[in-house]
Design a protein around this ligand. Sequence first.
Ligand code: IPD
Length: 258
Amino acid sequence: MERIAREAGGVIAEYFAQEHKSVSIKNGDTTDLVTETDQWVETFVRDQLRAFKPDWAFIGEESSDPDVAIPMDPVWIIDPIDGTTNFVHRLPEVGVSIGLVVGQIPVAGVVFNPIRKQMLSAVQGHGCRLNGSPLVLDTSDRPLNQCLLMTQFINYGGQRSQRFTQIDRLLDVPVHAIRFIGCATMALGYVAMGVADCYFERGLKAWDMAAAVIIIREAGGVVVDYSGADHIDLTRRECVAARNMTIAKEILDVVNSS
Ligand code: IPD
């Protein structure tokens, strides 16, 4: 998986620097972008994975329905370029994400930012690695007023302003800062790295979460849904990932409060 992500990343990095890219919009939504590079990378990754495991299913952002059911049998779930809008504008928070899901549970994953050259990878029961070295998260507690949060409010279904009311509630919480980096897989990766203390988002798709969930868990962090359950249903489009359960619960209390 790392080799495939690295090769795909090489192509992303090559096109990243171009100011003018071939961009289309999806489903008439001018905030949902796709480039020729997204499509090329998805085909490349799919062909490579099929050559390795011809019978395993494949779900990819550019060729699958966001509401596709996740099978019980092994399935690769990939996002060829997470952070497409960043890619289009040359903001270096982008990632290629390849997750392996078995029994609807993420069991292996790779997230690679080819611009920052950060390769996160994990296999269930075998820990997490950053650029080949073991990555172990410091899960000790810290007060919210020393935390860095990350989130995103996408225009999913034209509900950006509605979603923004969630942040209203957070504005009163004295955290160090709340960052919107526009790339869910890398934001989740920053939780695994201990850079961000928590990432939460409603509107995520399975390909935004599949690889990152196992990466965070294997690093030692927690990933729950908005009800606080740690069985992540990849079709539920939501997660709260944090350094530890105390922080996850504190953020859940805030975003779920009416
Ligand atoms: C999106 C980005 C964004 C997040 C969305 C994702 P895309 O992925 O990760 O930060 O808020 O939920 O769908 O469209 O750039 O691959």
